[in-house]
Design a protein around this ligand. Structure first.
Ligand code: BGC
Length: 710
């Protein structure tokens, strides 16, 4: 593909100024089939004869700089006798502020090949070359953090495109899932803030953009700035976006103007209307939700309204942050593939949605961007200015994305391919730790994030007070265990990892005899570190009770906390944490009006004041990992064999809820686990597509596929 096509650029490229490449052509004959193969360095928006080609938003997506995916669109039906192909290219993820530091002005670069087969069997190929024209676009400015400026009256004189000598070997076939428009949301209300601002409230923190229609005069302006939360007085607040301007400007032509952005996205619930001819109403604007086209597979439902809202917030957290790569957040000046966030959320993510292909693509980028020494950069894909692959930086949990995520995908979907693809990367990652730790058989040193955002953090720190060496060593142990397992699955010699695993465990046990924090106890239990589970579980339970049935854990402890409790006899305490409504808790944010998952337990206090403007996202999915506890423990659905070829269904009901249910569409079919109180009794309804072990009140039932009531 693209053998004869050239990368083309505008001769006078400016940073953040999109370029439109144009090609006009005639057809000789009727067309049997025509396929447009296309990609760019930057993001592109293709239009053929005035109609958008395909539906991949922000194509060609966000990948390692070592590759760029190309897309194929069947355009047979879109062609006419005379044609005009116009492709607007903006900086996208390839260049600019998304790199944290403004990069060199790398030109917006396009390559395409239109393959036409005529009815008579003859063929024609149209490639990008210097005969293409290039002009500055009506879209005058596009940058992912800052937004867009579109002038519908702007006209530029086209010039000939220039060929750029750039490696074509980086072009690869589309591997990921397309990012698409998913749904439209009408405003809940248009309000007047106390300070006089007009604010549109969409009622949901979402990721995407908006579409408006306005009857205007030439030169009139539409201007919006977005935010996630209003301040305690009900005024617009977006200081937490930091340097992301999250702004939009549009210059109208005479008459009806309808527009939606094409090369940016925003994370927002509210929109301040800075200018809108004739005043905005609910009727002339809607929000468009955009995310990777992943299929929903998991559904949770309970008798508690607040809990159901939490389930919904978790889903919205995933929708908002699965935009070609798993991002930390969609709004402020980050929106990066932070590896630790994805590591802790990947299990819940794989139950909520089918994310196998999504992660297969991202893990390929992880493989490509792995450091020379085997370290895993904390952000994948790497950006041009923040290149961790050449430094030594890797932290536990963040780096363990290399092992935990592929293994989880294997457990959820049962496909060995992902393990095969990632095996070398996993092994190199372990060698990195083994050769960089300051203490053999433990993991000391490197760039640790600790129990990120744990509430027991010393003042002024983002890191909870759990021992970072302990955390790192536990995850080192866990990764070695995974690689031993994967070696076995792939028919490779696992003995060296089995030996290493035992040595690490022995040394962790010798070195870390006592646990001081909730997170340390949770990890010691969940990862089978302690030999005295009974007392550690009691210690954990006591700590939680002494803290008023409230947690103190951060990114690392939280995903394992409820599992550690319910697997060791303290299911009721796990439910108390899940259903806790006071700060800090999941339902506290729900009661504060959250519609997504917050980055911090204390993102907003009871008085409506914000934690800080520094790092305070209201759409960060990490704590949404609690969904995996609801699927696996509260409703009890777990894969007994990878890909749910056999399942174990061991629900753990509580009196604190009237009913709870989970539906999981696995590769084998639908699994349902539902329990509810019926008088004095608890009724269980279970449906399984495979041979399963059902456990009710510690009694095991071995069943074939079917529907069961207990
Ligand atoms: C991100 C996090 C990330 C962390 C690690 C933050 O700025 O938003 O989610 O994991 O940095 O340091």
């Amino acid at each position: 593909m693209f053998e004869n096509a050239s990368w083309i650029v505008h001769p006078n490229n400016k940073l953040y100024e999109p370029v439109c490449f144009v090609k006009q052509f005639k057809l000789r004959e009727h067309v049997k089939r025509a396929v447009l193969n296309i990609t760019s360095l930057g993001c592109y928006y293709p239009v053929l004869n005035g109609v958008r080609v395909g539906d991949f938003i922000l194509a060609p997506g966000f990948t390692s700089r070592k590759r760029v995916q190309y897309q194929e669109y069947d355009v047979t039906q879109m062609l006419k006798a005379e044609n005009k192909l116009e492709v607007t290219v903006g900086d996208g993820w390839y260049n600019g502020k998304i790199n944290f530091v403004v990069a060199n002005n790398i030109p917006k670069t396009l390559i395409s090949q239109l393959d036409i087969v005529y009815i008579d069997g003859t063929k024609e190929t149209l490639i990008t070359d210097e005969c293409w024209l290039a002009r500055k676009d009506k879209l005058r400015f596009a940058e992912l953090y800052d937004g867009e400026i579109y002038d519908s009256n702007y006209e530029d004189k086209p010039v000939n495109a220039v060929i750029l000598d750039h490696d074509k070997k980086i072009i690869t076939k589309q591997q990921g899932v397309y990012v698409k428009e998913q749904e439209r949301i009408k405003p809940l209300s248009v309000l007047k803030a106390p300070n006089g601002d007009t604010i549109v409230d969409f009622g949901q923190n979402l990721t995407g953009y908006f579409e408006f229609t306005v009857n205007a005069k030439k030169g009139d302006k539409v201007e919006f700035t977005v935010c996630e939360e209003l301040d305690k007085n009900g005024n617009f607040y977006n200081e937490n976006y930091r340097d992301a301007k999250a702004h939009f400007e549009y210059v109208c032509h005479d008459g009806i103007n309808t527009y939606k952005p094409i090369l940016s996205f925003w994370g927002f619930r509210y929109m301040r209307v800075d200018s809108f001819p004739g005043g905005i109403t609910k009727e002339n604007i809607s929000a468009i939700v955009v995310h990777s086209d992943i299929k929903r597979t998991g559904y949770l439902s309970s008798s508690s309204k607040l809990l159901n809202k939490l389930f919904s917030n978790i889903i919205w957290g995933q929708k908002g942050n699965f935009l070609d790569v798993p991002t930390d957040c969609p709004q402020r000046d980050e929106r990066q593939g932070w590896t630790g966030d994805a590591t802790v959320f990947c299990k819940a993510a794989s139950y909520n949605y089918d994310v196998e292909v999504f992660f297969e693509k991202w893990l390929t980028d992880l493989k490509l961007d792995q450091g020379k020494k085997g370290n895993i950069p904390n952000i994948i894909p790497q950006t041009v200015c923040w290149d961790w692959s050449i430094t030594d930086e890797t932290g536990a949990v963040w780096g363990d994305s290399a092992t935990i995520i592929p293994y989880q995908m294997y457990m959820t979907y049962g496909n060995k391919k992902i393990l095969k693809n990632q095996y070398k990367t996993m092994a190199r990652y372990l060698s990195y730790i083994s050769s960089h730790t300051k203490e053999r058989y433990l993991w000391y040193g490197c760039n640790q994030f600790g129990d990120w955002l744990g509430l027991d953090a010393p003042s002024g720190s983002y890191r909870g007070s759990s021992n970072e060496d302990f955390i790192a060593s536990v995850f080192y142990y866990n990764s070695v265990k995974i690689v031993a397992e994967v070696s076995g699955i792939l028919g490779k010699d696992r003995s060296k990892y089995d030996i290493l695993k035992e040595k690490i465990l022995e040394k962790i046990r010798k070195t870390f005899k006592n646990y001081k924090t909730q997170t340390e106890c949770a990890l010691a239990l969940y990862f089978d570190i302690t030999e005295d589970k009974k007392s550690v579980a009691k210690q954990l339970n006591d700590m939680i009770k002494a803290n008023g049935s409230k947690l103190k854990t951060g990114f690392v402890g939280t995903p394992f906390l409820l599992h550690a409790l319910s697997q060791n006899g303290y299911t009721e305490t796990a439910y108390e944490l899940l259903l806790q409504e006071e700060f800090p808790s999941w339902l506290y944010s729900v009661k504060q009006g959250a519609t997504t998952i917050w980055e911090h337990w204390d993102g907003k206090n009871e008085r409506g004041e914000f934690w800080s403007k520094n790092m305070n996202s209201f759409n960060h999915y990490a704590y949404g990992s609690v969904a995996d506890w609801v699927y696996e423990e509260a409703c009890g659905i777990k894969p007994q064999k990878p890909g749910f070829e056999e399942a174990i269904i061991a629900p753990k009901p509580t009196d604190k809820l009237d009913h709870l249910s989970a539906i999981l569409y696995t590769r084998q079919g639908k699994i349902l686990s539902k329990w509810y109180h019926e008088g004095e009794k608890i009724r269980y309804e279970i449906e399984t597509p495979v041979r399963s072990t059902i456990v009710i009140d510690d009694k095991k039932y071995y069943v074939e596929k079917g529907k069961y009531v207990f």
